[in-house]
Ligand binder design. Sequence first.
Ligand code: ZN
Length: 133
Amino acid sequence: MSCLQLVHYNIYLPCYNRGMKKDVIIELETIFKLLGNRQRLTILELLRERAYSVSEIIAILDMEQSAVSHQLKLLREAQLVQTKRQGREILYCLSDSHVLTLLDNALNHVSHVLKKETHEEFLAEEREKNKKD
Ligand SMILES: [Zn+2]
């Protein structure tokens, strides 16, 4: 069973364009603060691939167990990751398609920023890639 429950997110997208509510801004601040941490970003980036157990995350990322547990707890509280049971193991995965889309968009943005390309150049490259496939 896939951990990600893919939903068409536009259905759930409320109109926050004008006059964003204070509680929404505060929650956004919480989420982006959580994302603004190298250890947590490294864990999230790994979980884009698939679900991993805590011991796998520790081994792959070469991090302290206490640090991984601490970061996973924080990420879980903000619904950025969730757990699922597989036999005796507890696996961690991204919570939902919003988190995946958020990370994918950020990674795509970073990839063209690092190359000092514009978003338009990135899109043109993507179109070229798709033509070849
Ligand atoms: Zn961009």
